[in-house]
Design a protein around this ligand. Structure first.
Ligand code: ZN
Length: 282
């Protein structure tokens, strides 16, 4: 299966993305999205630059680290003699727990928040928001994941399964779809739903600092960061105050955004309407 890794990743990515883009039209979430497609070049461009950077710095990536550790019998799982049918699903769950805490850290440490703010500054949500991470955040995340994969001795198949699953679930929970409420209530027992993740993208700080999960919803409940819904409900304002301006969604501005502590004054003074919360449009 590892021989077909690139085809599996690309196939699942494109299949899930196209399905979600269709669902966004069939079951749209009722929130105005005035920038819409104009955010796509920036969001997709960031993913492209991020994957180039990882290829340049750590081409083996997390699956390569797992293959390397497996060849040397390194890590906790081989030391415990865990069989594959335990180690593979356990790797998926533990790597998801790692991403939960890594995500909390990016909100708590000011320098990391500058990198992660690029993701939150998306003024609207759709499946492409899941691609919008600063390349340096992608690289740091990959470094941490590779270290943990080696420490656990996680099987390569478990790492591949986790990465494909996280990619698919992140696109799902950023998608601008409004699920039927009964289906959503059942789904959120085992999966982070778009309704849950919108709370995390609220402009209200206390709501941004909640609902950190990307795949499994249990960590937020276990570690006290779960919020059922944003206080404003469907009228939740998405994004980060000051960073919603269309000109700031360009790829070059997104790449440089972490260097700035606050939004550029020129953007703030000339586009007051673009900065205003869009509750009235909801
Ligand atoms: Zn976040």
């Amino acid at each position: 299966m590892l021989q077909h890794e690139p085809a599996i990743r690309l196939g699942v990515f494109l299949g899930v993305l196209l399905t979600l883009l269709a669902l966004e039209r069939l079951l749209p979430w009722g929130h105005a999205r005035t920038l819409g497609l104009r955010r796509w070049p920036g969001n997709i461009g960031l993913a492209f630059v991020g994957s180039l950077l990882v290829r340049a710095v750590a081409p083996a990536a997390a699956v390569g680290a797992a293959v390397w550790a497996e060849g040397r019998g390194l890590g906790l799982f081989p030391a415990l003699g865990l069989p594959g049918w335990v180690a593979i699903p356990l790797s998926v769950v533990l790597l998801d727990l790692l991403i939960y805490w890594q995500h909390r850290l990016t909100h708590a440490v000011p320098l990391l928040w500058r990198l992660h703010r690029v993701h939150h500054a998306d003024p609207e949500l759709d499946a492409t928001s899941a691609l919008r991470f600063h390349p340096v955040e992608i690289l740091l995340s990959m470094g941490l994941k590779m270290a943990v994969v080696v420490a656990l001795g996680a099987p390569p198949l478990g790492v591949l399964a986790f990465e494909v699953l996280l990619n698919a679930t992140a696109m799902f929970n950023h998608a601008a779809i409004g699920l039927p409420p009964r289906l959503e209530r059942v789904l959120r027992l085992g999966l982070v739903t778009p309704e849950m993740h919108r709370t995390h993208h609220s402009e209200v700080q206390a709501e941004t600092d909640s609902c950190y999960g990307f795949c499994l919803p249990w960590w937020d409940r276990l570690f006290g960061s779960y919020r059922a819904a944003p206080a404003a409900g469907e009228a939740v304002v998405i994004g980060v105050l000051g960073w919603r301006v269309p000109a700031l969604q360009r790829l070059d501005r997104l790449l440089l955004q972490p260097l700035l502590a606050a939004p550029p004054l020129s953007a703030a003074s000339t586009t007051a309407s673009a900065l205003a919360p869009r509750r009235s449009e909801a």
